[in-house]
Write a protein that binds this ligand. Structure first.
Ligand code: GLN
Length: 218
């Protein structure tokens, strides 16, 4: 059996417990990440769902933001769900006052693009890259990926007609589809929350994609 992986879960805000539960059930060791030292020796990190503007502010206050950016640039594998996707994004089209992000994933996102909490929706998505069966996805005040760079692989999408009217970008016609699951090298992100639905395909794919363990010393 391969040695156990240690996966950090950004733990300053968000649905940390849900991710810890899934990751541990899948055999990983987890570590809450609140300060720079918590990043040491991780095989990967998960950025949970929650509120990205609060995550950003707390990460700055705790001095975690810059070391986290450095670690991600250095190749630390990351999986972001919902607010975590917003955190990873290169551009946030409608940031809260003072909100920035980690800027490592080459996508432009719009927060709350599918409407408010009451507009939450569920959809079964075909995601051949991670699962043979459709993945049941729950969108809660989810962000939309309005633009994705060339190096970004779109793993799943929904019709742009799902967008709430004020968030709809001109230029998007009714037949357009918007990415809701993306991968760029070591970065994986979904606009929805597999950690709350019991469909662990994305967590499984993330763990499987972590750097292989170093060869044991003879
Ligand atoms: N709307 C939230 C934000 O801007 C994300 C919501 C979520 O993670 N479910 O961060």
């Amino acid at each position: 059996m391969s040695p156990q992986k240690t996966v950090g879960v950004f733990a300053l805000q968000g649905d940390v417990r849900e991710h810890v539960h899934v990751l541990e059930a899948l055999g990983a060791r987890t570590r809450p990440v609140r300060r720079p030292a918590d990043l040491e020796g991780l095989d990967g990190i998960v950025l949970p769902g929650g509120e990205s503007s609060v995550m950003d502010r707390l990460a700055r206050i705790m001095g975690l933001k810059d070391p986290l950016i450095a670690a991600l640039r250095d190749g630390l594998p990351a999986y972001g769900t919902c607010a975590g996707l917003i955190m990873l994004a290169r551009e946030i089209r409608n940031p809260a006052p003072d909100q920035g992000g980690l800027g490592v994933l080459d996508v432009a996102v719009r927060r709350n693009a599918f409407g408010a909490q009451v507009d939450s929706f569920e959809e079964d998505l075909d995601v051949p890259a991670v699962a043979a069966e459709p993945v049941h996805a729950v969108f809660i005040r989810a962000p939309a990926v309005l633009q994705a760079g060339e190096g970004v692989e779109v793993l799943a999408s929904v019709p742009a007609s799902r967008l709430s009217v004020p968030a709809a970008d001109p230029g998007l016609d009714g037949d357009a589809r918007l990415p809701v699951a993306v991968r760029q090298g070591h970065l994986l992100a979904t606009a929805f929350h597999p950690e709350v639905t019991g469909d662990w395909s994305f967590h499984r794919a993330f763990l499987a994609g972590l750097r292989p363990p170093r060869a044991p010393r003879r």
